[in-house]
Design a protein around this ligand. Sequence first.
Ligand SMILES: [Zn+2]
Length: 232
Amino acid sequence: MKVTKHGAYTYKLTRLGLMNCFLVENDHDLYLVDANLPNSADAILKAAADIGKPITKILLTHAHADHVGSVDELVTKLPQVDLVTTQNMAAFMQGNFTLPAGDQGAVKASNFPRVNSIPTQLIKNGDKIGSLMVVDSPGHTRNHISWFDERDQTIYCGDSWQSAGGVAVMGDIRWLFPLPVYATWSKQVSLQSAAETLKLSPNRLCCGHGKVIENALPIMQAAYERAKAKIK
Ligand SMILES: [Zn+2]
């Protein structure tokens, strides 16, 4: 697993050159944003040990396999860790794909692996965990969220944006790395979420796939305009 540091608090942990999760550093501990593919726990724990602080919380963006793959291994190895997610995402992790009335779409259940660990903390839009604020960003999945660090305006956006193959709103396909678009629920909703994300004026963009983008706002605005022209 390749570890790179960005700014004062962000460590990007990458598997297979494309699958990211992030350690966010606080005064006394670390939060892990997403849990990467299965069999990543030892490498994630080594990265935390090298930094010299314990992982106290796992914060999830969405329940696809490359983001929750190592949750169960991590919870086994860190029995005190908080597993933080939304109620709807927790339901998907437990294999409950019941949709609210009026939602006509189908869920591709095979996109969502069963996670045995029970979330210890359920959060919703606007809640704060330390300096990280929950930002609803549905589109890639129905219950996708992002995490916004108010200390340095870093957005941990999961797969609501991507930077692999070029910065893009999820749904605006990048042919160098098209895979996440195929697993996306609604491009139109993704575009609406992107507009909301821009209102936060992010300075650093940390995506599930691709490199960390600095001075991100104008780059994201340009990507948003491109997506707006394409997604109808
Ligand atoms: Zn995804």
